[in-house]
Design a protein. Structure first.
Length: 214
């Protein structure tokens, strides 16, 4: 197992990855198979949503730089839900402000989590995993690390489409919720397993089907 530690003034906090090398390799193989099959099976939906957004005006795919595995940046893909140039000044928005900027189609996509579907391409090429911490923007990471420098240990995992933090902590638009999510992500690191990942995927699917907001 991989030991992760951070020294503080009074003690050393150790974060041990509960997955060994073989389990991480199997997890990656599952990511490849599931994301590839998902893209193929859902391709009609992907195409329909893409065309609907294009017809409504503006670019259909929203691209944004996030920080992921080993602290490397990558481009995340989502269906565009907000009006074009809604964040052209680079100023992060709260959830309420984001919803005000959403198009009619975008609001439907966001409420049903369909805007996340293009991220299967991120999973396929290795930027992300099916299950893992949500990738964050550098501007938010800088703020988090001012009060929680151990955030860097999130980099030991590929960011994911879903997680317990995503399901139960919701959209993180406050520092308190960001720290709560960090603690949940580090708990995932120290307890994760292939069976646990399956349970998270199943709970996510049930939440989407049942219309739960998260």
């Amino acid at each position: 197992m991989e030991n992760i530690s951070i020294a503080t003034d009074t003690q050393t906090i150790v974060y041990e990855d509960a997955m060994n090398g073989l389990e991480r390799a199997v997890k990656r193989a599952i990511d490849i198979v599931v994301s590839f099959c998902g893209i193929v099976i859902l391709s009609p939906i992907l195409l329909i949503v893409y065309l609907l957004i294009l017809c409504a005006g503006g670019e259909a795919i929203y691209k944004q730089e996030r920080v992921g595995y080993k602290g490397k940046t990558f481009t995340i893909y989502k269906f565009r839900t907000m009006q074009k140039d809604a964040e052209k000044n680079g100023i992060p928005r709260t959830e309420d402000e984001r919803r005000e900027q959403m198009t009619r189609i975008g609001r439907f996509l966001r409420d049903h989590h369909l805007d996340e579907l293009p991220q299967m391409f991120n999973v396929l090429n290795g930027d992300m995993s099916l299950v893992g911490p949500r990738p964050e923007r550098q501007v938010f990471i800088d703020k988090i690390m001012e009060v929680a420098p151990h955030y860097v240990y999130v980099y030991k995992m590929r960011p994911g489409l879903t997680s317990n933090a995503t399901l139960y902590n919701g959209y993180t638009d406050t520092m308190e919720k960001m720290i709560t999510r960090l603690n949940m992500d580090l708990e995932y690191l120290t307890t994760r397993s292939l069976w646990g990942d399956l349970m998270i995927v199943c709970k996510t699917a049930f939440s989407i089907i049942s219309g739960k907001k998260f």
